[in-house]
Structure formats: structure tokens, C-alpha cells
Design a protein around this ligand. Structure first.
Ligand SMILES: [Zn+2]
Length: 260
């Protein structure tokens, strides 16, 4: 048995282009062991590059999930109206990510399913008709690694904090994150106001966005992202954040809806 330092040194020397015999001579490890380390490393790399790539979080050197824009969007959807629950036999440690998609946003089911498929390309994405909504559902062992906010009980009953690697993604892809939050817990609606004039009444339309979530932590993540994007917002009451100013609504329309 060789220790991990020896293995790392051998892999580093191989990486510099040395042959197995040379590495063996320099490190003292057997050629058989070095061959096996190289094979295992190559297999790992292939796994990572291929459709069944392993989880970016539970490896020796954790990295952020890719693609980051899809992850930011999916994180918004998950924090808004998603849940992670065990599938069948708990000992198998397989989890279902479920995201309820309301009818209010055209194209949401497709966008949601595409984001799930992009972040975990090896896992099947199911679209299930439920009463009043469509659920996008996918099974993986790694949903809790990718969404460490998972925990027992309701999201608003526990503290929701982003890990530094998540915060970095959210900062870089604030538009995708905001779109995900609004697609799960928000709506865009039009206020119609009548102005009586001399000969006729005239109607004016004011589109606005509303975000509803009981968790103050999640509201804060939403408003921090809006601040980052320079979108003005108002706290309406304990649960609701409103975006109503013309310029702010126009800015959200660029990447949230109604046509997006
Ligand atoms: Zn994992």
C-alpha cells in the first residue's frame, strides 16, 4: 500500500510526460500501481466529461455544477417551489427532485426540464401531470449535494443560506436565478386603470411583477439579486415583494416574461 502523497506525486510526474518506468524509479512505487492510478484517474475524467459524469460536489476536489446558468435557474426554481425527498428504500440514498410548474408561465415546463437535464445529464427527467400543475421530476443520488439547503421540514421553518460556491454562481447569473424564483413563486400581471376623459374613458395598463414567499431568507435572496441587477422593488407585506416601476418591469421583461 502506498500513501496518497506518493500517488499524487506519481500522477503529477505522469502529467509532466514521464513514462511509467521513470515515475516508478523516481517515486519507488511499483509500475503496476502507477498503471492502475493512471487508469483510475482517466476513468474518472471520462466519467466527468461524459453524460454520466459524476457529481461535481462529492469528489476529492469539489467544483461548481455546470452549466452555471442552468444551475442558477434551477436553484431559483428549487428554492421557490421545489422539494427533494427520498425515493423508496432509504438505504439506496436515491432522491427525487420535484418542481411544480404552474400554468402561469408559458414554456416553464420545457425550461425547467431542460435545466434539470443540463445539470444532471445522466438522470432521466419525468414530466408528471398532477392536479392543478405539472411536476418535473428527476431521480439522483446527488440532489442533496447540489442543493445543500435540503433538510427536514418546510423551507420557511429553517434557515436558508447559500454556500459560497452557490453565492458565486448566483452573483454571476443573477438573471437566471431571479427568473427561476419568479417562475416558481412569482407572477406577472397587468393592472388596468380607467381614466375618465371629456368624451370617452381611457384605459391604461400597468404591468407588474409579484413574488410571494413565506421565507424571509428566500425573500432576501430574491431582493439581493434584484439589487445586483439594479431592479427597484418594494416590500408589500410580510410575504410579498413587488416590482412595479416602469423601468424595473421593463428590465425584468428582458429575461423573465411574458415572452421569454
Ligand atoms: Zn454528490
Amino acid at each position: 500500500m502506498y500513501d496518497i502523497t506518493m500517488r499524487q506525486r506519481a500522477l503529477a510526474l505522469l502529467g509532466q510526460g514521464l513514462t511509467i518506468s521513470e515515475v516508478s524509479r523516481r517515486t519507488g512505487a511499483s509500475r503496476g500501481a502507477i498503471r492502475e492510478w493512471r487508469l483510475r484517474t482517466e476513468q474518472k475524467r471520462d466519467l466527468y466529461a461524459g453524460p454520466y459524469r459524476e457529481c461535481p460536489r462529492c469528489t476529492e476536489l469539489p467544483s461548481a455544477p455546470e452549466p452555471r446558468d442552468s444551475y442558477a435557474y434551477l436553484l431559483g426554481l428549487y428554492l421557490g417551489d421545489g422539494c427533494i425527498s427520498p425515493v423508496g428504500d432509504r438505504s439506496k440514498m436515491v432522491w427525487a427532485l420535484r418542481i411544480a410548474c404552474a400554468d402561469a408561465w408559458p414554456g416553464l415546463i420545457e425550461q425547467c426540464a431542460a435545466a434539470v437535464g443540463a445539470v444532471r445529464p445522466g438522470n432521466k427527467v419525468r414530466i408528471i401531470q398532477r392536479i392543478g400543475c405539472v411536476e418535473v421530476n428527476s431521480h439522483s443520488k446527488h440532489w442533496p449535494c447540489l442543493f445543500p439547503q435540503h433538510g427536514p421540514g418546510k423551507k420557511h421553518e429553517r434557515k436558508i443560506e447559500l454556500h459560497p460556491w452557490q453565492q458565486e454562481i448566483v452573483n454571476g447569473f443573477a438573471e437566471d436565478f431571479v427568473r427561476g424564483l419568479l417562475h416558481s413563486d412569482g407572477c406577472r400581471f397587468v393592472n388596468r386603470v380607467r381614466r375618465p376623459l371629456k368624451n370617452e374613458d381611457r384605459w391604461y395598463e400597468y404591468p407588474r411583477y409579484n413574488f410571494t414567499n413565506v421565507s424571509l431568507d428566500i425573500q432576501r435572496l430574491f431582493t439581493d439579486a434584484l439589487d445586483r441587477l439594479g431592479v427597484e422593488w418594494t416590500q408589500m407585506n410580510a410575504r410579498n415583494i413587488s416590482v412595479a416601476k416602469k423601468g424595473a418591469v421593463a428590465r425584468l421583461d428582458e429575461f423573465v416574461g411574458p415572452k421569454y
